[in-house]
Write a protein that binds this ligand. Structure first.
Ligand code: MN
Length: 161
């Protein structure tokens, strides 16, 4: 059983790879060069920012309806979306009209991340990460508050660097 392929089945089902230039997720050897994170500005029907972290061989993903915060004090909603293939961290282009997520995708920020020691983990609904991007730098938290709807998380920067 291939965990990575199963994890990407939702991604693949949503897309027609004859129509869109997005990666298929079937590439065997993809050099991740460590723990990549990427934020893609996606001018779909509603402009949003897709925040993705390379974990367990895929890009765990959240859609932020508003721009990710550059400083502490702002908490942004982050809606969990389907896992994307690692190759997606380099994807930029325009998804054609009529296709899932139609609109322009641009890389807004990209870099590496590491987990803070006290990060509880994705399954437990709390990731503490230190980002080294061009725009996003320092310690951030992704948390799934217990009283929020399924799939809704918060993303914010902490005071600590
Ligand atoms: Mn998107």
């Amino acid at each position: 059983m291939n965990k990575k392929i199963n994890s990407l089945s939702r991604y693949q089902q949503k897309r027609d790879f004859n129509q869109t230039d997005e990666p298929t997720g079937s590439e065997k050897a993809f050099d991740t060069a460590g723990n990549i994170f990427v934020v893609q500005k996606h001018a779909a029907k509603n402009l949003h920012y897709d925040f993705r972290l390379a974990i367990d061989g895929v890009l765990k993903s959240w859609a932020l309806p508003k721009r990710p915060p550059l400083s502490s004090g702002l908490k942004r909603l982050a809606v969990r979306t389907e896992d994307h293939p690692l190759e997606y961290s380099r994807f930029e282009g325009t998804i054609p009209a009529g296709q899932y997520g139609a609109g322009k995708v641009e890389i807004w920020d990209r870099g590496h991340f590491r987990f803070a020691k006290e990060s509880r983990g994705l399954e437990r609904g709390e990731l503490k990460i230190i980002l080294t991007g061009s725009k996003l730098k320092g310690q951030y938290i992704l948390i799934r508050p217990k009283d929020f709807k399924k799939g809704q998380w918060l993303f914010f920067k902490t005071e600590k660097h």
